[in-house]
Design a protein around this ligand. Structure first.
Ligand code: PRT
Length: 107
């Protein structure tokens, strides 16, 4: 079965914005505009919560929908996925510093 990373999905969504394809749902969302994209992000977010209350399969399905719509939002706002990765990375750095033990040899 094919696998698609978030980065590959993001790139494909961005390519739809740059080279629209007739009949593409992503293209339809970009044409509808930011408010429509935000509405979908809100709806899909709620569906993740409902899915989590039901089955893991439903949670996986709804999470994929939600992440897809988040990628559309990031592309619509011209935010590269690397900006999110950098933000996550800075939190990782912060956490690592918090949990760093002082080296007693240097005391
Ligand atoms: N990952 C997705 C993806 N997840 C969900 N969806 C679409 O999101 C829609 C969500 O369904 P809903 O019932 O909530 O919405 P709807 O009633 O169809 O539409 P609205 O009127 O509410 O906008 C469905 O039409 C799904 O096909 C997606 N559409 C595209 N992708 C990926 O996006 C990339 C580009 O695909 P195209 O958009 O087909 O070019 C490819 O990698 C696709 O796999």
């Amino acid at each position: 079965m094919a696998q698609q990373t978030l980065s590959e999905l993001y790139d494909l969504v961005r390519s739809r914005k740059e080279n629209p394809i007739e009949g593409s749902y992503t293209d339809y969302l970009f044409n509808k505009g930011l408010d429509k994209i935000l509405k979908k992000v809100g709806e899909e977010n709620t569906e993740v919560i409902i899915g989590a209350k039901n089955t893991n399969d439903e949670l996986i399905f709804e999470t994929a929908d939600y992440l897809y719509h988040l990628m559309v939002l990031l592309v619509a706002k011209d935010i590269p996925l690397s900006a999110i990765e950098a933000e996550l990375g800075s939190r990782l750095d912060q956490q690592s510093r918090l949990h760093e033990r002082p080296n007693i040899d240097n005391l």
